[in-house]
Ligand binder design. Structure first.
Ligand SMILES: C[S@@+](CC[C@H](N)C(=O)[O-])C[C@H]1O[C@@H](n2cnc3c(N)ncnc32)[C@H](O)[C@@H]1O
Length: 289
């Protein structure tokens, strides 16, 4: 073996030790959080949760994941901050307007035939998706017979969702999305502007129940005609994704409709044969068995 080979081998070994150490630290952190606080991030997709944890460690001024673990296990507020970082509450009103348009065209006629409608928005974040649904049902004359359950594991996001107050700078995009989604009114009729924020009208909240619910650890709590779970399961590994699909399957009525995010699919899960696509492109599926 040449001295260059020896140097290369040593570098490889040190790199693999670093990776091993990294994995141990992350697993211990997530295990500790689960045991102490009951939040289960152990089956989140590794690349993205790892990236988030390292990024968050920097903002907490700790140089290692073990340092972060010590802080989080000894200080509830440090844990709460970590949950915010891991939660990724990015959302918008009428996000993917084409989906809402297809929902109006294909699903609303079905809902008209029901005596009442139960909808679950799982992972609703700060509520923009839920208010979009409330507006859509209102315009279709179906709001009064609907109950919308809006859940998330992130309590801070839920508080904002309950208030329905958003930055005025978002309204240009939301108005554009609303119009592209088939909106029939003037979008500004749905909110009142004050300084740099807007508040959505309380009548839209009348039939919405906001509640904390963790898809990794909590059970099914009702039977629904429609479940929206968009841009949540992309952060999960296959095992957790399957678990959550089991939860949705158990929570949907026969012929209930499941709506996933643009980058998500029912394929490659244990439940792919239990649904038929109502709109393949927009990820709208109907439970058939
Ligand atoms: C990117 S947002 C998606 C919001 C909205 N559905 C949308 O598509 O615009 C992801 C949300 O999923 C929530 N989330 C992540 N893991 C969760 C879990 N285990 N249980 C419930 N909500 C979760 C996060 O807190 C966050 O609010």
């Amino acid at each position: 073996m040449t001295s260059k080979d020896m140097v290369d081998n040593a570098a490889r070994e040190s790199k693999s030790n670093d990776t091993e150490r990294e994995m141990i630290e992350i697993e211990l952190l997530l295990e500790g959080i689960h045991r102490l606080y009951g939040y289960d991030f152990r089956n989140y997709a590794l690349p993205s949760i790892k990236r988030r944890i390292y990024y968050h460690a920097q903002s907490e001024n700790v140089s290692t994941v073990s340092g972060l673990q010590e802080k989080v296990l000894h200080d509830r507020s440090a844990f709460d901050r970590l949950v915010q970082s891991l939660s990724i509450p990015v959302t918008e009103m009428f996000r993917d307007p084409e989906l809402f348009l297809k929902f109006r065209q294909k699903i609303i006629p079905i809902l008209r035939t029901y005596p009442y409608i139960r909808i679950w928005h799982a992972g609703c974040s700060t509520g923009e998706e839920v208010y979009s649904m409330a507006i859509l049902l209102h315009e279709e004359g179906l709001y009064d017979k609907a109950r919308i359950y809006a859940t998330d594991m992130n309590n801070l996001s839920l508080q904002q969702a309950k208030e329905g107050v958003y930055g005025i700078d978002r309204m240009k995009l939301y108005t554009k999305n609303y119009l592209e989604s088939g909106g029939t009114q003037s979008f500004s009729e749905y909110y009142t502007a004050k300084y740099d924020s807007v508040m959505f009208h309380p009548f839209l909240r009348k039939n919405i129940i906001f509640a904390e619910h963790n898809l990794a650890t909590d059970r099914s709590f009702n039977e629904f005609n429609i479940i929206f779970c968009r841009n949540v399961m992309i952060y999960f590994n296959d095992e957790l994704r399957n678990h959550v699909h089991g939860l949705f399957y158990d929570s949907l009525s026969h012929f209930g409709v499941l709506v996933l995010g643009a980058k998500e699919s029912i394929h490659f899960t244990d439940y792919s044969d239990s649904y038929e696509p109502l709109d393949r492109l927009e990820k709208i599926y109907r439970k058939i068995k």
